[in-house]
Design a protein around this ligand. Structure first.
Ligand SMILES: N[C@@H](CCC(=O)N[C@@H](CS)C(=O)NCC(=O)O)C(=O)O
Length: 207
């Protein structure tokens, strides 16, 4: 398997964490796509992901899989423990619901702030920016953080008792928030405690 990525970027980090959780890091060849210099918008990479984004997983038969959730589904079913996407219909539904909420309300909101209300990837790559929309998404990200802080009042991880793909997405969202200087509000103590617990996982340290 190959993973096309740019190390340190938030979405590639999601896949690295999932691979590490499953003990599969050594089965993957990582290939750097020079995103800051626009390599992801060149034909060679667009042939792998027409939407021009990393990460992309390439299987040995040449199949390419983009979108972290889809990649995580694949990884999760290549090897057994721990399950990141759930085993029962109910677990799977709750994990996917929570993952999507973390993605839309934290990670993607922060990304939109980055691309629209900051210099983002620079003038060559940020051909359209809407500062007002970006600022709005910053507010959305903070509301999202607040939502997850509330959720953690009753459970150790965001989708229940176990660490899952939903925690990975939220963690990547908060890391991106740090990078763009969106602070987690001081009163969100449960979210901060959850983050400290997740940071201590070897898979997260390795990413
Ligand atoms: N929904 C996608 C998001 C992928 C994504 O936005 N990746 C960023 C890097 S963290 C990227 O490639 N950005 C390129 C750009 O914005 O031009 C996923 O889950 O993989």
């Amino acid at each position: 398997m190959k993973v096309y990525e740019f190390k340190g970027f938030p979405n590639p980090a999601r896949v690295r964490i999932a691979l590490a959780e499953k003990g599969l890091l050594n089965r993957v060849e990582f290939i750097t796509v020079d995103v800051p210099n626009g390599a992801h918008r060149q034909p060679a990479f667009l042939a792998k992901n027409p939407f021009g984004a990393v990460p992309v997983l390439e299987l040995d038969d040449g199949t390419t899989i983009a979108e972290c959730t889809a990649i995580t589904e694949y990884i999760d079913h290549v090897s057994g423990e721990p399950s990141l996407t759930g085993r029962t219909p109910k677990e799977r539904a709750l994990i996917h619901m929570t993952q999507r909420r973390a993605e839309a309300n934290v990670l993607d909101a922060v990304a939109t702030y980055f691309h629209h209300a900051t210099p983002g990837l620079g003038p060559q790559l940020e051909s359209y920016q809407n500062k007002e929309w970006g600022e709005k998404q910053r507010e959305r990200a903070i509301q999202g953080m607040r939502f997850f802080d509330g959720l953690l009042a009753n459970q150790p991880f965001v989708a229940g008792n176990d660490f899952t793909m939903a925690d990975i997405t939220l963690f990547a969202g908060l890391a991106f928030a740090d990078f763009v200087k969106i602070e987690v509000p001081a009163d969100l103590t449960r979210l901060k405690a959850w983050r400290a617990r997740v940071s201590a996982r070897p898979s997260v340290a390795a990413a």
